[in-house]
Design a protein around this ligand. Sequence first.
Ligand code: ADP
Length: 230
Amino acid sequence: MTPVVELRQVTKTYPGGVTALHSVSLTIEAGELVAVVGPSGSGKSTLLHMMGTLDRPSDGTVLIGGRDVARLSDRRLSGLRARRIGFVFQAFHLAPGVTALGNVADGLLYTGLLAGRRREMAREALERVGLGHRVTHRPHELSGGERQRVAIARAVAGRPELLLADEPTGNLDSASGAGVLDLLRELASGGTTVVLITHDRDIAATLPRQVRMHDGQIVHDGAASLEVTR
Ligand code: ADP
C-alpha cells in the first residue's frame, strides 16, 4: 500500500542558517501510531511541519499519499492539506466565545458543504471524542482535557488520513493527558494514522513506534523496547 507520508532525504535550513533537519528519511503507513521524541531543538516540530506540508523542504522530497508535494501549486497543496491532514497543537487554538459545535464546524469550511451538513459532521466528531454532551459549551466552560478533545474533533471531523499532534498533552494534567492519549489510540485503531510529538517518555514508551530525534537527525526508529541506535 502507498504510505500515508514519506520523507526522502529531507533537509530543512531556515533563513538565518539553522539546519533543523539533515537528510531525514521516514515512511509512515496507514493506521500507524507514532511518537516523535527528542530534546528541545532537535527538529521535532520541523519534522511535523514537513509531514503536514506547512512548510517546504530545502532539499529532498515529501510525499503525501504517494504524491510529491513539490509538484503541487500552493492552491492544490492547501486543498490536499485540508482534506488529508488534521492538526492538533498544545495550545488547543479554539475560537473563544464560540461553542464546541461551532469550533468544529468552522474547521470544515474548506469542504464547501452547507452549514447544516457541517454542523452534522461536527456533532458526529464531538460524539466520537466523547463530547456529545458538551456541544453547546464554549471553551471557557470546558476543562483543559475537554478543550483538547474539541480540538481533536475539529482535526478529525473531515476524516483526514493523517493526524499530526504537537505535544497534545503538554498543557494537561496527567489524567486528562492519559484520556487524550486513549482517544488518539482509538482513532488510530479506527484507521487514522497518528503522529504525535511528546516530551513525555512514559507516553512515548507505550506507543508501538518511536522516532527519536537528535540534532536534526533520526537516531532511533522502532519499538520503544528495542533500543537499536543508529
Ligand atoms: P523541536 O521541535 O525539537 O524543539 P524545532 O524543529 O522547533 O525543534 O527546531 C529545530 C531547530 O530549528 C532549532 O534550532 C530552532 O531554533 C530552529 N528553528 C525552528 N523554527 C525556526 C524558524 N522558523 N526560523 C529559524 N529557526 C528555526
